[in-house]
Design a protein around this ligand. Structure first.
Ligand code: BDP
Length: 689
């Protein structure tokens, strides 16, 4: 096991399910994806039960039946209303007691494929009670998409698992085997779309020669129900074909995009659409021509609409204009509510700044009621220790998706307001991929769990993330009960540990300014944008620390609905985890637990280190249950993580101590490093890629 098998590595039946070996499989239906579903079911069952499983034409007791709607068999077994409620991708897995068989069905071929993967997963991860087996699954988001930040030269922006999996130079003639494994892995967790290239998009992706390569990838992914999307550069018409402008109101520009879209759909009839980063971090956009984001997005949306394509338009915007960065996306996008076409999804990062270890949710969620908002999560660990640190992001995703926006009263969680449940609009959710060409795909064995949990939550944000972690462990690492429990508890604590040793109590952006890896709270770069430097965010001085975003400061709290606004605005009621996000407080500020702010900060940094130490112990104790290579590689990475947790703790505490002028409290280890040495240390990014 070197990780290449992803969550298909264990392939072991749960003991409690061994009696569920079917006699035969009946397959009622046809089509490329249906055939794939059949094949996956049979080979999956054969692997799990370690025997040969044959097809049978006659439907008999003891069989598993996979069937498409409109087959007489399904009509007799499942009511019309139930079938309709499944929509295009939902499925049913049901034990039909009268016939003594298990039925897997849905309205479309891909829904049957999803049913197959779900059933195979159940056999490996939870005890199935046959008599009550009646599963109805309908995805919560329509577009469940991975965003690759992969460049055409094979590099990956913020990628920590080697080069891009897309071999642009070999395409379209050579199709890497990895594309199939990639497609299967995604389909098995319900991901149905992928944006192949970086949001900082090279216009070249729209050149005819690249579109042929895209077509080749699309043909591999299609049977697995995965649509291909492209990130596009808004100035493409000017850059590629020398048009005088890229103004979305210019008729030549509109015609250029029309022709380009037609060309794409001729090659790829089920093409998903465009992802656009516009007027953000130097990328071109409609505002260069005095037009709004909505006008830019709608121009593309109107052209894509006849083909059922969508535009995913990013709201990651901020200028170095002195205004609080955390407020800017809201200020720029709120006035555009209700102005976007129905096939535009505004893609909003989970927090108002940028994928930090912890941020409050972006206040756009809930506020933009007349627009489809598509949460954008980061799976790659840009700010969370790259692929060196073990961090299970299930808890981060869940915290965000379950944040109550209060926009329609209590219970208007981010998941509620952004998913299907809320409206008839198109819904979607995106995750920035952590996939590369490393053998183990994601750099760290445990980073695979973040790809996995993203897919599972995109399908259903209500799932329990500890349960998802356990599923992943059973599928990937071990079926040993004790080990599953221990590893899951480690994973569940891992995100809080990283928050503790990097940015506790609402601190954020303390890392090196360009690479985003280690701690550099002191960082000063001549002529750099202030809002790219840590001091902009922590604002430590002799009086205290934190960013005053309350009504006495930048008033970012105003962007949240009541009662959240008041909760965040008042330092006494502000949750501890967001305290320094919203408030600048004195080092001696007394917290409810009796600790001073300084003491509390020190304890959190120390807790982070202690937590990583406990992970090392847990992992060591499980050596006998884990395959050698997986065990050793994770063990090595945990060693690095401990060392770097100490690095973070020492760097931040020593630096902040130069303002607080207070001793480290009892219980906090003496620093290993000296501040001046840490400041001089040069970070070797190469080493971490
Ligand atoms: C930041 C990354 C940068 C991305 C940008 C984005 O540092 O590489 O291009 O986000 O999301 O987090 O556009």
């Amino acid at each position: 096991y070197d990780g290449r098998e992803l969550w298909f590595a264990q392939n072991k039946i749960l003991k409690a399910n061994v009696h569920l070996k079917p006699n035969f499989v009946n397959a009622i239906g046809e089509g490329t994806t249906f055939d794939l579903a059949k094949k996956e079911l049979v080979s999956g069952l054969e692997g799990l039960f370690d025997c040969t499983i044959n097809y049978q034409n006659e439907v008999q007791p003891g069989n598993i039946v996979i069937a498409l709607k409109n087959s007489g068999f399904v009509d007799a077994a499942i009511s019309n209303t139930e079938m309709t409620s499944l929509g295009e991708e939902g499925f049913i897995i049901k034990y039909i007691a009268s016939k003594k068989l298990i039925l897997l069905t849905g309205n479309t071929e891909v829904s049957v494929l999803y049913a197959v993967y779900h059933y195979l997963r159940l056999l490996q991860t939870s005890k199935i009670n046959l008599s009550s087996l009646n599963i109805i699954e309908v995805p919560s988001y329509q577009k469940r998409v991975l965003n690759h930040w992969d460049n055409l030269d094979g590099s990956v922006e913020r990628g920590y698992a080697g080069r891009s999996i897309w071999k642009w130079d070999d395409l379209p003639n050579v199709l890497s085997k990895r594309y199939i494994s990639y497609a299967k892995a995604n389909a098995s967790i319900g991901i149905n779309g992928t944006v192949l290239n970086n949001v900082n998009a090279s216009p070249d992706i729209l050149l005819p020669e690249y579109l042929l390569k895209v077509k080749a990838i699309a043909s591999v992914l299609r049977p697995f129900g995965i649509q291909v999307y492209l990130s596009v550069n808004f100035s493409s018409p000017a850059i590629l074909d020398g048009l005088a402008t890229a103004n979305p109101k210019d008729k030549h520009v509109v015609l250029w995009w029309k022709n380009k879209v037609e060309e794409i759909y001729q090659l790829i009839p089920d093409f998903g659409g465009f992802l656009v980063k516009a007027n953000s971090e130097g990328q071109p956009g409609p505002m260069d021509f005095g037009c709004t984001h909505a006008e830019g997005a709608n121009m593309l949306a109107d052209i894509l609409a006849p083909y059922e394509g969508v535009v995913m338009w990013r709201a990651f915007v901020y200028n170095a204009n002195g205004n609080d960065r955390a407020k800017q996306a809201y200020e720029e996008f709120m006035p555009l509510d209700n102005k976007f076409r129905k096939n535009v999804l505004v893609q909003v990062k989970n927090g108002p700044i940028d994928f930090q270890p912890r941020e409050p949710f972006s206040p756009l969620f809930g506020a933009m009621k007349g627009t489809s908002l598509m949460p954008e999560l980061q799976i790659t660990q840009e700010y969370l220790g790259f692929s060196s640190h073990l961090v299970y992001l299930g808890t981060l995703y869940k915290e965000f998706l379950w944040s109550d926006t209060y926009s329609n009263g209590r219970g208007s969680t981010v998941a509620q307001v952004s998913s299907n449940k809320n409206s008839k609009r198109i819904s979607g959710i995106a995750g920035v991929a952590n996939i590369g060409s490393d053998n183990n795909w994601c750099g760290h064995h445990f980073a695979q769990s973040n790809w996995y949990v993203f897919g599972r939550l995109a399908w259903n944000p209500s799932l329990n993330v500890r349960h998802i972690a356990k599923e992943w462990i059973r599928l990937t690492l071990t079926q040993d009960e004790h080990a599953v429990k221990e590893i899951a508890s480690m994973m569940m604590k891992s995100r809080e540990a990283v928050v503790n040793y990097m940015t506790p109590l609402g601190l954020h952006h303390l890392m090196g300014w360009d690479h985003h890896y280690g701690p550099e709270p002191w960082c000063v770069i001549p002529n750099a944008r202030a809002d790219w430097l840590p001091s902009y965010y922590h604002k430590a001085d002799s009086l205290g620390i934190g960013f005053n975003r309350s009504s006495s400061g930048t008033n970012a709290t105003e962007q949240y609905a009541e009662p959240l606004r008041e909760l965040f605005d008042n330092e006494a009621s502000c949750p501890l985890e967001y305290l320094l996000w919203f408030h600048h407080l004195s080092w001696n500020y007394e917290l409810k637990n009796g600790n001073s702010l300084w003491e509390e900060l020190c304890y959190h940094y120390q807790d982070g280190v202690n937590q990583v130490r406990s992970f090392r112990k847990i992992w060591k104790s499980l050596e006998a249950n884990i395959a050698t290579q997986q065990f050793i590689e994770v063990n090595e990475k945990l060693k690095i993580q401990e060392k770097e947790a100490i690095w973070w703790r020492d760097a931040c505490l020593l630096y902040f101590q130069s303002f607080s002028k207070q001793a480290l409290p009892y219980g906090v280890d003496n620093p290993i490093y000296k501040l001046e040495e840490l400041k001089k240390q040069k970070f070797d990014l190469q080493h971490h890629n």
